[in-house]
Design a protein around this ligand. Structure first.
Ligand SMILES: [Zn+2]
Length: 245
């Protein structure tokens, strides 16, 4: 069982390099944006980590303690190799040299091949800052002669998932089929009871129903039941055409 790591990047020991690290502004963004893909990659034997940058609190019905408990419950459904919280300030996330070093330190200690960041157009200031911070930290992570812990390291790729507070007609660069993982993804999201169930609209469409509509829309674009969209700034690099569907 994965217990959420909360004691700083320098205390990470005995974690073999990750295949991918999903970085989220708040606990629940990773689940919302790419919970199905996270579950699928784990099922396929990849080492997947999740780094939440802030506590996500305060919220109207949440608290630090409730959100931590809910994050733990969601984590047990996803079952990632590693999950941690960087403890940066929620609602006031800033791209400073200090916060950049904190995020880069996680990259150096966890050594993920690929990093997933929130899509860069968003209404939530924490999300916009998170994306800038992750992009800068990816570069900073490879610096030598620094006081950051760990060895210099450069994650090979940076991709973007969609967990946005804008109603954008997005043009994804690729879509992952999550038909078989969709139910578990919804369970992981519902684990954040204070955010998506309690005090929310009980009439249809509920938040969970709207999320299902989104997943069905992206699934339909690839002739599958449910899908999750992604974007990239750099071209996709593929070994072969074999994995296309
Ligand atoms: Zn968020």
């Amino acid at each position: 069982m994965t217990t959420v790591h909360r004691s700083g990047p320098e205390t990470i020991v005995d974690v073999a390099p990750l295949d991918m690290l999903v970085v989220a502004p708040h606990p629940d963004d990773a689940e919302l944006g790419m919970g199905g893909t996270i579950i699928k990659m784990i099922q396929q034997g990849m080492r997947v980590g999740i780094l939440d940058l802030t506590s996500g609190e305060p919220t109207p019905l949440g608290s630090e303690e409730i959100r931590q408990r809910e994050t733990q419950a969601a984590t047990e459904i996803l079952n990632p190799t590693w999950r941690g919280n960087a403890g940066l300030p929620n609602r006031e996330l800033q791209h400073t040299i200090e916060s950049r070093k904190v995020v880069a330190s996680y990259f150096r200690m966890l050594r993920p091949r690929w990093i997933f960041a929130p899509y860069f157009h968003d209404a939530h200031p924490d999300h916009v800052v998170a994306t800038e911070l992750i992009e800068a930290a990816r570069f900073y992570s490879k610096l030598s002669k620094t006081d950051m812990p760990g060895e210099r390291y450069h994650p090979e790729r940076l991709y973007y998932y969609f967990c946005i507070h804008l109603r954008l007609a997005i043009q994804p660069h690729w879509i992952i089929d999550i038909s078989d993982q969709f139910e578990a993804k919804q369970q992981a999201i519902a684990a954040y009871h204070s955010q998506f169930v309690q005090g929310r609209e009980e009439m249809s469409p509920t938040i969970l129903e709207r999320l299902e509509s989104d997943a069905a829309y992206f699934g339909n674009l690839i002739a599958r039941r449910y899908g999750e969209p992604f974007a990239t700034k750099e071209p996709l690099a593929l070994e072969s055409m074999r994995d296309f569907i």
